[in-house]
Ligand binder design. Structure first.
Ligand code: HPA
Length: 254
């Protein structure tokens, strides 16, 4: 039995398309989750939903309790997790309002609780991260986009930066030299923790601005909010199609 969970990012503190049947506060060994876990119907399928930055969008990326969030989702039965991610576009294919399903990550974050193996419990497992996202779920997302007629870039390297400030132009040039196409602030440690927990995790990213130095002007919140609003309905359409198909198209940790 598979259960899809959606982690909402910026622009997705709530998901009005979800018909909520339950809001549950889950105790975890790592403390509180960003918000109670919502269970409800998206289209005809049951899904879990958790807003990463809290229901009031009060948690900046470095203050999110990623360990608690992922642990709680698994404890509530989630097998597949789609992480929504508002991102900046670095390389030309990733212009604002582009939907993308990245296939690689580089982690530039620091000081976050990034592992379940924190020396307080027995042992350590060095999980493989060669392919950091669950390929079966990436493919299911790509198919969902095709079914609902949404163009998507089906690959790309996501650079996870610390935030909450945006990057300097030189930092973005370094990310580009490293091979990053996209930049966001939450992709790590989320993806690594999902792997440690054996969860099938993929990201549906949407570009809300050109990254620093990639356009003529500075980055404004207005621009980000306008592009977020422009992407929201398309993302819900993709997620609804994904939820309808997921049981028959994916298996865990493919
Ligand atoms: N940088 C980092 N994170 C982001 C950006 C950005 O330009 N846009 C949206 N999230």
């Amino acid at each position: 039995m598979s259960l899809l969970a959606i982690i909402g990012g910026s622009g997705f503190a709530t998901m009005p398309a979800l018909q909520v049947s339950e809001a549950r506060t889950v105790d975890t060994p790592y403390g509180a989750t960003s918000a109670p876990l919502l269970r409800g119907q998206l289209g005809k399928r049951e899904v879990l939903f958790l807003p990463r930055h809290g229901a009031a969008h009060h948690l900046p990326p470095h203050c999110v309790n990623y360990r608690a969030n992922l642990w709680a989702l698994r404890a509530q039965g989630a097998t597949q997790i789609v992480a929504l991610a508002a991102v900046g576009g670095i390389t030309p294919r990733f212009s604002p309002t582009t939907l993308a399903i990245p296939d690689q990550i580089i982690d530039y974050t620091y000081g976050r609780d990034h592992t379940l193996y924190d020396g307080t419990s027995a042992g350590v497992d060095h999980v493989d991260m060669t392919a950091p996202y669950c390929e079966a779920l990436r493919e299911a997302l790509i198919s969902a986009c095709a079914r609902v007629g949404q163009a998507v870039v089906a690959d790309g390297t996501y650079g996870a930066t610390q935030g909450p400030r945006l990057e300097t132009a030189a930092e973005i040039r370094r990310c580009e030299r490293d091979g990053c196409d996209l930049v966001g602030m939450t992709g790590m440690p989320e993806a690594g923790l999902a792997r440690e927990l054996g969860l099938c995790y993929a990201s549906l990213a949407f570009v809300v601005n050109w990254a620093a130095g990639k356009s003529d002007g500075i980055i404004t919140m207005q621009e980000i909010e306008d592009n977020l609003a422009g992407c929201a309905e398309r993302i819900v359409t993709v997620l609804t199609s994904l939820a309808a198909q997921i049981a028959s198209t994916t298996t865990i940790n493919d």
